[in-house]
Ligand binder design. Structure first.
Ligand code: ZN
Length: 414
């Protein structure tokens, strides 16, 4: 699938700082240890609605990972998927009497525009579930042959399920106990009560075609893939086992990332699937998590589009003003503060001179390398801006140097 346009990332002089990130599986902040090519997979959207600020905050967090790795001289092999066939998409299309393919194409195009507006660096490979179906069916067939997947005993629809107890590693990503897993599985699209399964926690791998549903012919019979195996296969086939970072929102910790890892581990007999599991917090509005089911979404395209008129860089700064791992609120005051901060930064970073920038650039790097501490990174730039605006500093190269660092490391263009 076509990815979106990149923007140039300026080179920042001075020593970079290696990136440390919180890992959900080991529950600690640990150094990332990429080779020359750093590898990252971030779960993409299901394109049935426009990009809201919760999505934006997630992709922004991983954009910073991308940028800090680039600063450290790594190439970044970043893969993202688009779940362009799944129940929520088909349900929305049915509700609106729309063609699901057209709906998916339209919303994916809007997502690309939003990502470009927010200056989020694109993945090297942007892969739709539909285009990955031959890869997925091959893996599901192997899991069936290996006895870790099975068909439910339903003659009309012998769907394929994964035996969650197939490896000893199940649970090592989320660290959840079984009652928690069962509750989250039921809440987040699982089907614990489906008759014929070996265990309520076993997830769907391949859904046989029902009348009126899209399906693809394959060695498994006509049908379509489950969501977890989609990401598992797309990541595994491009990045291999033990890639550097598996990312997404914190609502993907379970079941999605646990099962994506489990499928790949059962297939290869190797562990771990990813070396870091990194999760972004949820963005709330009026005291509740921003989500489709609550209908309390703020769309990036509406904010920046006609009638909104908000500078996407202000949206970016507003989201960066909180730590990526914390659940936080979107408020008008947050956007106002970011708009005013952006104006201050613009004026100081485009001035003919300012205080020397080297220390500020070093602080930016230190804070970002420390589990993406954007709050302190922004304060470091604020301190320089405030000095510059009070007329101190006569270094003619400083504004341009810091402007390049803010662009490269924070992705904020002034
Ligand atoms: Zn995923």
């Amino acid at each position: 699938m076509q990815t979106w346009q990149s923007v140039p990332v300026p080179h920042v002089p001075g020593p970079p700082r290696p990136l440390r990130l919180y890992d959900t599986a080991s529950r600690e902040i640990r150094p990332t240890t990429p080779g020359q090519i750093a590898t990252m997979y971030v779960c993409g959207i299901t394109p049935y609605d426009a990009t809201h600020l919760g999505h934006a905050a997630t992709y922004l967090a991983f954009d910073l990972v991308h940028r800090v790795w680039l600063d450290n001289g790594h190439e970044v092999h970043y893969v993202q998927n688009v779940t362009d066939v799944d129940d929520p998409l088909l349900e929305r299309a049915a509700r609106d009497a729309a063609d699901w393919v057209v709906l998916a194409m339209r919303e994916t195009a809007l997502f690309r525009e939003d990502m470009e507006a927010l200056r989020i660096l694109p993945p090297r490979e942007y892969i739709g579930a539909v285009e990955a179906i031959p890869e997925i069916t091959e893996v599901v067939a192997k899991l069936l042959a290996g006895g870790v997947a099975y068909r439910v005993g339903d003659e009309s629809y012998p769907d394929v399920y994964y035996d969650h107890a197939a490896t000893q590693w199940f649970g090592s990503e989320s660290n959840y106990d079984e009652p928690t897993m069962l509750a989250l599985f039921a809440e987040r699209g699982g089907d614990p009560d489906r008759p014929g399964k070996r265990h309520p926690l076993d997830p769907l791998l391949w859904r046989m075609a029902r009348p009126g549903e899209p399906s693809w012919d394959s060695e498994l019979g006509a049908g379509r893939p489950g969501w977890h195996v989609e990401c598992s296969v797309i990541a595994l086939n491009r990045l291999g086992m033990g890639f550097d970072v598996q990312g997404g929102g914190s609502d993907l910790i379970f079941p999605h990332h646990e099962y994506s890892a489990a499928h790949a581990e059962a297939l290869t007999g190797q562990h771990p699937f990813a070396r870091h599991y990194v999760h972004a917090g949820m963005i709330g509005l009026d005291g509740a998590k921003m989500s489709k089911s609550r209908g309390n979404l703020v769309f990036v395209s509406k904010l920046r589009g006609d009638g909104g008129g908000v500078d996407p860089m202000a949206v970016r700064l507003a989201l960066l003003s909180g730590h990526y791992r914390t659940d936080r609120e979107w408020t008008p005051a947050l956007l106002e503060a970011a708009t005013s901060r952006l104006a201050d930064w613009r004026s100081a970073l485009t001035a003919p001179a300012g205080p020397p920038a080297a220390d500020t650039i070093a602080r930016l790097r230190t804070h970002l390398s420390d589990d993406l501490d954007t709050q302190r990174a922004l304060l470091a730039v604020d301190a320089w801006v405030s000095e510059a605006r009070s007329g101190r500093g006569a270094d003619p190269d400083a504004p341009g140097r810091l402007r390049a660092a803010v662009d490269a490391l924070l992705g904020v263009s002034v």
